[in-house]
Design a protein around this ligand. Structure first.
Ligand SMILES: [Mg+2]
Length: 264
C-alpha cells in the first residue's frame, strides 16, 4: 500500500508514461499541473539516453508540460556525472547517439576509440549501432575494458510498436566477449535512486516512482523508493501478475488515475 501523505515528490518516467513517441498520453499535462499545484515536486527520470535534458525540456513544454532542466534526469546524465566523479579520469568508448556523446563531453569525460586505451565500454540505446562499433567494443573488452551501460531496457515503446534499446547492444558485446555488465546508471540502479535523492534533496522513501515498465521503473522499489505501475506503455496487468521482482505499491491505468488517487 502507498502511504500518500508521505509522498513529497513524483518521479515520473517519460516514454510510455507521459507520452508515446510524439503523442502525449491524454490528460497527463493537467495531471502533472495538479501535482505541482498541490505543492509536490515533479521530476522526470528517463532511461532513454537519446535526448539531452534540454531536448526533453523542449519536448515536454511543447506537449503542454512546462519544465526546466532542473526537472529532468536521464540515464546518460547520471552516467556522465558518475564517470566525471571518478578520480582515475577513465577513458570511455561510448556506443550511443549524439545526445549521449555531448553529455559525456560537457562533463569532461575522456572519449577514446583505441581499444588498448579504453577503461570502460559504455553501451547505450544507439540507432546507429553497426559492426565496426561492435569490433571496437570487442577489442577493448579483450584488452581489459569493463562493460557498463546507460540503461538496461530491452526496447523503447513507440506508437504501434517499439525500438530495440540498450539491452540489445549490451547482449551483443557481452555475448562475443564472455564478459558481464558491471552496472547501469539508469533505473533500477541504486545510482539512479541516489541521483533522484540528490536532485530533490529528499529521502527516496518520500519520492514516488511512476512508470510503465516493471523491470526498470518498478525495479526501483528495491532501492527503497515506492513505485507505481501505469498501464499505458510497456507492461500489462498480465505481466504484473507474473512479475517476481519488487512489488509495486500501486497499479493504475495511467498517470491521470494515479494523480486522482494521490491527491484524494
Ligand atoms: Mg517508460
Amino acid at each position: 500500500m502507498l502511504n500518500r501523505a508521505e509522498i513529497a515528490a513524483v518521479v515520473c518516467d517519460l516514454d510510455g508514461t507521459v507520452y508515446l513517441g510524439d503523442h502525449v498520453i491524454p490528460g497527463v499535462p493537467a495531471a502533472i499541473a495538479r501535482v505541482r499545484a498541490a505543492g509536490r515536486r515533479v521530476l522526470f527520470l528517463s532511461n532513454n539516453p537519446t535526448k539531452t535534458p534540454a531536448e526533453y525540456v523542449a519536448k515536454l513544454t511543447k506537449l503542454g508540460i512546462p519544465a526546466t532542466t532542473d526537472d529532468v534526469l536521464t540515464s546518460a546524465l547520471i552516467m556522465a556525472e558518475w564517470l566525471a566523479a571518478q578520480p582515475t579520469a577513465p577513458r570511455v568508448y561510448a556506443i550511443g547517439e549524439p545526445a549521449l556523446i555531448s553529455t559525456l563531453q560537457s562533463h569532461g569525460v575522456q572519449l577514446s576509440d583505441v581499444p588498448g586505451q579504453i577503461d570502460y565500454v559504455l553501451a547505450s540505446f544507439d540507432r546507429t549501432f553497426a559492426y565496426p562499433k561492435l569490433q571496437i567494443a570487442f577489442d577493448a573488452v579483450r584488452a581489459g575494458a569493463k562493460l557498463i551501460a546507460t540503461n538496461p531496457d530491452k526496447y523503447c515503446p513507440v506508437p504501434g510498436g517499439g525500438e530495440p534499446d540498450a539491452a540489445a547492444i549490451i547482449a551483443a558485446i557481452a555475448t562475443c566477449t564472455d564478459t558481464t555488465l558491471q552496472f547501469t546508471a539508469g533505473k533500477p540502479s541504486p545510482l539512479a535512486a541516489q541521483a533522484v535523492a540528490t536532485r530533490l534533496g529528499l529521502p527516496i522513501t518520500s519520492c514516488l516512482m511512476v512508470g510503465d515498465r516493471l523491470e526498470t521503473d518498478i525495479g526501483m522499489a528495491a532501492t527503497g523508493m515506492p513505485a507505481a505501475l501505469v498501464l499505458t506503455g510497456a507492461s500489462t496487468q498480465a505481466m504484473a501478475d507474473q512479475w517476481s521482482g519488487p512489488a509495486p505499491s500501486l497499479i493504475t491505468a495511467s498517470v491521470v488515475t494515479l494523480v486522482d488517487y494521490l491527491l484524494t
